[in-house]
Design a protein around this ligand. Structure first.
Ligand code: 13P
Length: 340
């Protein structure tokens, strides 16, 4: 018998653990590899991700699940083991990015809608057979004085909801990710503008999820934090934590299984500090954890540099970030531990 959605979601939100977003598309991982001068070959992608998934200290103790790109779900380690099996063997849940990317929204300059609904039921069935028990769909919301438009919010919320219930029908927990960009152009918005847009977007997303008959206990929300744009950084850690929790409490039903943030261009330490400060506030209706891509991987990627002899150093860097974020998921991170 298949597992209950609620039980998978609870495993993803296990205390002191969070998600590793390693689902960079072939184009996005190319940008990461370019930054360290590594060729974007299938074998290099395999070697890099195998290094992460074989970091036992991180995977067993601090990572509850890993989001994979389709290629990785079917890829094998150097010794022939499926990479998804490495993840399961460490006690984490394998998941899969199922959207086909954010595409220009016709008639709405500067905005996007995420595609990938056609044929999704059949793809989810195949992914389930390959071991995936949760999925991710990322909607991208532009922010400025005049954006987003009501139409872009609605189109993206509608697609997220249709995706979510298709996942649940196939026994897969949906991660619902409406990302308001921190690092998009122009990126000079204030934290209060981010709060306003975040509340409007989440309100629409949960209205659509309700209409679509989504089981809230069997889904995970992956939101941005309420934060100022990359070209307007000034809010303190406490202000980000307080404004993020306020926006979420106003818009996210308490029945939702959990919330796992994206890092969105924050530095490693900022992303950790913000999460810890929110959890330290206490009295939250849902578990709050991380689902970081860059903020979990940047140090490991740099330490590895594409060289087999640096695998140990890459794993050490990943284990450190995973441990720091595990502490943050319990509200127990501190600058002293960061340095230790
Ligand atoms: P970042 O944490 O790098 O924003 O990536 C998370 C993610 O999965 C975005 O879709």
């Amino acid at each position: 018998m298949s597992e209950r959605l609620e039980d998978i979601a609870a495993k993803m939100m296990a205390p002191g653990k969070g998600l590793l977003a390693a689902d960079e598309s072939t184009g996005t991982i190319k940008k990461r590899f370019d930054s360290i001068g590594v060729e974007n070959s299938e074998d290099n992608r395999r070697a890099y991700r195998e290094m992460l998934f074989r970091t036992d200290a991180a995977m067993r103790d601090h990572i509850s699940g890993v989001i994979l790109f389709e290629e990785t779900l079917y890829q094998k380690a150097a010794d022939g083991t499926h990479l998804a099996e490495l993840i399961s063997a460490a006690g984490a849940v394998p998941g899969i990015k199922v959207d086909k990317g954010a595409k220009a929204l016709a008639g709405y300059h500067g905005e996007t809608v995420t595609e990938g609904l056609d044929g999704l039921r059949e793809r989810l069935d195949t992914y389930y057979d390959a071991g995936a028990r949760f999925a991710k769909w990322r909607a991208v919301i532009a922010i400025s004085d005049t954006l987003p438009t009501r139409y872009a919010i609605h189109a993206n919320a509608h697609a997220l909801a249709r995706y979510a219930v298709l996942c649940q029908e196939q026994g897969i927990v949906p991660i619902v990710e409406p990302e308001i960009l921190m690092d998009g152009a122009p990126g000079d918005h204030s934290i209060d503008r981010c709060a306003q847009v975040t509340e409007a977007v989440l309100t629409e997303v949960f209205a659509e999820l309700h209409e679509a008959r989504c089981l809230l206990e069997g889904m995970v929300l992956k939101p941005n934090m309420v934060i100022d744009g990359q070209n307007a950084r000034k809010a303190s850690v406490d202000e980000v934590a307080e404004k993020t929790v306020t926006a979420l409490k106003r818009t996210v039903p308490g029945a939702v299984a959990g919330i796992a943030f994206l890092s969105g261009g924050q530095s490693d330490e900022e992303a950790t500090a913000h999460l810890s400060a929110m959890n330290a506030m206490g009295d939250l209706p849902w578990p709050l954890t991380f689902s970081y891509g860059r903020a979990l991987q940047a140090a490991a990627l740099a330490a590895w540099g594409g060289k087999a002899e640096n695998v140990g150093a890459g794993q050490q860097a990943f284990a450190h970030r995973a441990r720091m974020n595990g502490l943050a998921a319990s509200g127990q991170w501190s600058r002293e531990q960061e340095a230790a």
